[in-house]
Write a protein that binds this ligand. Structure first.
Ligand SMILES: O=C(CO)COP(=O)(O)O
Length: 256
């Protein structure tokens, strides 16, 4: 955690979820009402097909709804893509950009991630910009170099603590059940914080840096308690309301 930063617990449903899964969003929206919601922000990013219905379901809940990607242009001949403006039009408030699965599946570069982030700002969405090293990079001792490059090249100059959230997701920890040690997470997050402050000054000190990669109810308290970890980006465990709420509930003790 970072003093004076309101943590964000976010779920990334990836390519999972049909209309039936809206029950889970409903349960999460109900579960995050109450005192803890004033201290901890929550977000679910379902597939784009569920976006509009999901935001309607959350009208009376502090649970925010976001998307998993956007195109870098506002509109035009880009079959199959969705724009940041369309996400905002569905009342989505956040968009995940540069997830490692998109960097791999769709060859997204840092430059493209930066352009998409600028498109998110133009539509007044909060961009959740994902970075993280692969297993090979980690084993060859390049983790911090990779994070430095991805932060420098993926973030626009216009990034602020209000429009940008960083999500550190070591690629080898995604969907594998493996997590870095708390000491490794602390080192990476402290490094990113220094980089952000060096470039953005006071705003860099206030930007949220989430951890993602095999976060589950059993490890949430330890990981979320690490210095400069300002929340989580959760894949698999965000699909079940019970697990998502248990991770969110870890903040009950952390913020007491
Ligand atoms: O990629 C992730 C979230 O964006 C993490 O996925 P898992 O929580 O399933 O490891």
């Amino acid at each position: 955690m970072t003093p004076d930063i309101r943590p964000l617990v976010a779920g990334n449903w990836k390519m999972n979820g049909t209309r039936q899964s809206l029950d889970q969003i409903k349960a999460i929206a109900e579960g995050v009402k109450g005192e803890l919601a004033a201290k901890v922000e929550t977000l679910i990013c379902p597939p784009a097909t569920l976006l509009y219905v999901a935001t309607a379901l959350c009208e009376d809940s502090p649970l925010a709804i976001g998307a998993q990607d956007c195109h870098h242009k506002q509109s035009g001949a880009h079959t199959g893509d969705i724009s940041a403006e369309m996400i905002a039009d569905c009342f989505g408030t956040h968009v995940i950009i540069g997830h490692s699965e998109r960097r791999t599946d769709h060859a997204e570069s840092d430059a493209l991630v930066k352009a998409k982030t600028e498109a998110a700002y133009a539509a007044e969405l909060v961009a959740i910009v994902c970075i993280g090293e692969t297993e090979v990079e980690r084993k060859s001792g390049k983790t911090l170099d990779v994070l430095k490059r991805q932060l420098a090249e993926s973030l626009p100059d216009a990034a602020t603590a209000a429009n940008t959230v960083i999500a550190y997701e070591p690629v080898w920890a995604i969907g594998t059940g493996l997590t870095p040690t708390a000491a490794d997470v602390e080192e990476a997050h402290a490094f990113m914080r220094r980089e952000l402050v060096a470039r953005f000054g006071a705003a860099g000190g206030k930007m949220r840096i989430l951890y993602g990669g095999s976060v589950k109810p059993s490890n949430a308290k330890e990981l979320m308690g690490v210095a400069n970890v300002d929340g989580a980006l959760i894949g698999g465990a965000s699909l079940k309301a019970e697990d998502f709420l248990a991770i969110y509930g870890a903040y009950e003790e952390l913020t007491a």
